[in-house]
Design a protein around this ligand. Structure first.
Ligand code: AMP
Ligand code: MG
Length: 417
């Protein structure tokens, strides 16, 4: 077995060292996708008043007893109530008010007959007309009650709930223009490597573009954090020291890429040890064995490997759950599905593999194929794929047709399948 912690141990240790962020008040729309930090009460009843669920006629249900196509009941229209109006006239026996969806129910009426079951006998259908109604109604039919959604003073959205568009709508209807949510952590993104140049530069001899800074920053955003992209850190002890010190001052969480192997110029681990505490530096997984975790001055630190796909997988397995925990989420696991391998796969038995795959619905249920070359230096399979095919430690060969676990990257944590 190769040295290192299991994925579970490494993840647990990281989660123990990241704290849930403090609470901030944000504009309602900025709360989308975030976790509500306090129970929110309604200031009013919603709906605020009994109102019509249909366009039609507000009536006394008893008046329409026995009404049918063959035997319609005639009523006199006494008022026309639009949404936004306040009705003024009480509906008496043999009377009805023309009413629109969302308009308040007039006193005296207890049901609404849909306009589809009406015909005008006399007049233009407005106030003063005579109308025939061809349908019985029960009391309360097509009436939406005051307080049906929530009563004044009751909790409308609870602490810990993740705010989707419906939650945002509930908070709007109950008067909350600003809401308390857990602050997004500022995540310093540091790329180490003397070979790195910026995206807008054409790399000279021996150089490559700094792609990790962008992929990791995008992963930070997707996980609910705020990336703070810092300058490239040259492979130099003093430069690394200075960069880490600056990152500690400017962030709630530090993520680095590269410089964690056993190369002659890998300074992440020594500097982490010098400035803070190194908790682990190897996880029995592939890609990405050298995952490095620590704390500097209370700020959690995660050193991802440099190969773009090792970086990508390490972030997904460790940093993303940590950021979700920091932002108040309690669901930290992506959904896992079983799928049939479409072809043979070989691996070394020493580590758990996270292969980039494409899972889709086949004739016999879900099937999965590898999404291209699994080299940790190449990102295309991660781009094309929608899952990690998780192949356990200890195993060597997987035959076509075998059922394997696939971690769905295209589905949010907490989805029950
Ligand atoms: P390292 O872990 O620093 O030894 O880097 C491993 C491999 O990943 C090397 O081939 C690096 O050139 C490459 N690499 C490191 N950092 C980056 C980066 N920010 N963007 C793209 N490739 C990188
Ligand atoms: Mg390097």
């Amino acid at each position: 077995m190769s040295s290192g912690m299991t994925v579970e141990q490494a993840r647990e240790l990281l989660l123990q060292n990241v704290k849930v962020m403090d609470v901030e008040q944000v504009d309602l729309l900025d709360a989308l996708g975030r976790v509500l930090a306090q129970d929110m009460e309604s200031d009013i009843d919603v709906a605020p008043f009994d109102n019509s669920a249909m366009d039609g006629f507000a009536v006394r249900a008893a008046d329409l007893s026995g009404a049918s196509e063959a035997h319609p009941v005639r009523v006199k229209v006494i008022e026309h109530i639009a949404a936004g109006d306040a009705p003024e006239i009480t509906v008496g026996p043999g009377e009805a008010s023309r009413i629109m969806t969302g308009a308040p129910m007039p006193a005296g009426a207890d049901a609404v007959v849909m306009v589809e079951y009406s015909s005008v006998i006399e007049g233009d259908g407005a106030t003063g007309s005579l109308v025939a109604l061809s349908r019985e109604v029960t009391a309360g039919e097509n009436v939406r009650l005051q307080g049906e959604e929530v009563r004044a003073g009751d909790v409308v959205v609870a602490a810990g709930d993740v705010l989707g568009p419906a939650g945002i709508g509930l908070l709007a209807s109950t008067g909350h223009g600003r809401v308390p949510v857990f602050r997004r952590p500022r995540v310093a993104v540091l790329s180490t490597g003397s070979e790195l140049v910026e995206v807008d530069q054409v790399p000279g001899p021996g150089k490559i573009r700094n792609s990790n800074s962008y992929s990791v920053s995008a992963q930070v955003i997707a996980a609910g954090g705020v990336p703070v992209r810092m300058e490239v850190v040259r492979d130099d002890m003093q430069a690394t020291r200075e960069a880490f010190t600056r990152a500690v001052e400017n962030s709630d969480f530090i993520v680095t890429t590269g410089g964690v192997s056993v190369g002659d110029f890998d300074y992440v681990k020594p500097v982490l040890k010098e400035l803070g505490e190194l908790m682990y530096c190897k996880v029995t997984m592939r890609p990405g064995n050298p995952q490095t975790m620590g704390v500097i001055n209370g700020v959690p630190f995660f050193g991802l490997p440099g190969n773009p796909t090792s970086t990508y997988v390490g972030f997904e397995m460790f940093v993303r759950p940590a950021i979700r925990h920091m932002t108040g989420h309690t669901k930290l696991d992506r959904p896992v599905v079983s799928a049939r391998l479409t072809h043979d796969v070989r691996k070394k038995p020493d580590r758990r593999y996270f292969m980039r795959g494409i899972v889709s619905r086949g004739q016999d249920g879900l099937e999965v194929l590898l999404a291209g070359s699994q080299s940790s230096a190449l990102l295309t399979a991660a781009h094309r794929g929608n899952c990690f095919v998780v192949l356990p430690e200890g195993e060597r060969e997987f035959a076509a047709g075998q059922i394997v676990n696939c971690m769905r990257l295209d589905m949010d944590e907490g989805i029950e399948l």
